[in-house]
Design a protein around this ligand. Structure first.
Ligand code: ADP
Ligand code: MG
Length: 215
């Protein structure tokens, strides 16, 4: 369903990614791990199709949602309009229940700037899932949250993934986060970056487990 084959991605002389290949099934969650600056966000931009300047081929579904490191919201639209304007097929009632599901229904009439950072992230999450994406891509969505809030967001994300069943790509530099949400983890390293290791995180029920060195 999702096939990533990035042979080479460079910015001018700087080669950032090389020979990154993996495939994903519907409903699968894959974590991409690697230190800051390695090329994770660059890879995500290729996967979702925002950046098309690379050598290789990516097969992706039609309906893609992305959650960024900093929540990207419409500042002069109300919380509920941040859902209904992005998903016109979603009625106000459905938008309100999406807000209810993420615990911010009482904020429906406020502007995003009137929400705490945690509430803004909940809104970004509600909006991403409300479109029932086939592929959900998350770029370090829990960075700069305190541990309790990160835990809240993690369990909310876990529940929404279980309910909505999209394919999910989670980019993070936290191995704990990766292991929590994804069964399959890919580790990026090197310059240019490539996948140096693939390992199973959650206990596998279908026999896929253990370490596989790909270096
Ligand atoms: P990560 O998300 O893992 O922290 P990035 O993908 O943001 O890493 O960046 C990887 C490398 O690519 C960095 O060296 C960064 O400076 C470079 N880079 C990212 N975007 C651009 C761009 N638009 N132009 C030039 N260099 C870029
Ligand atoms: Mg990044």
């Amino acid at each position: 369903m999702i096939k990533v084959d990035v042979r080479r991605k460079a910015f001018g002389e700087e080669e950032v990614l090389r020979a990154i290949r993996f495939e994903m099934e519907t409903g699968e969650t894959v974590a991409i791990l690697g230190p800051s600056g390695i090329g994770k966000s660059t890879l995500l931009r290729l996967i979702v199709g925002i950046d098309t300047g690379f050598e290789g081929k990516i097969t992706r579904p039609e309906k893609i949602a992305m959650v960024f490191q900093e929540p990207v919201l419409l500042p002069w639209r109300s919380v509920v309009e941040n859902l209904t304007l992005v998903h016109p097929q979603l009625g106000t009632q459905a938008a309100l229940s999406a807000l209810e599901r993420t615990g911010i229904a009482d904020k429906a009439g406020l502007f995003p700037g009137q929400l705490s950072l945690g509430q803004q992230r909940r809104l970004a999450l509600a909006r991403a899932f409300a479109g029932r994406p086939e592929l959900l891509v998350m770029d370090e969505p829990y960075v700069s949250l305190d541990p309790a809030m990160a835990e809240d967001m993690l369990s909310l994300t876990e529940a929404l993934i279980a309910e909505t069943a999209p394919a999910v790509i989670l980019v993070t530099h936290s191995e704990a986060e990766a292991r929590r949400l994804a069964r399959r983890c890919l580790r990026l390293a090197g310059k240019p970056a490539t996948i140096i290791e693939e390992f199973a995180a959650k206990p596998a029920s279908d026999g896929w487990e253990g370490h596989h060195d790909r270096a």
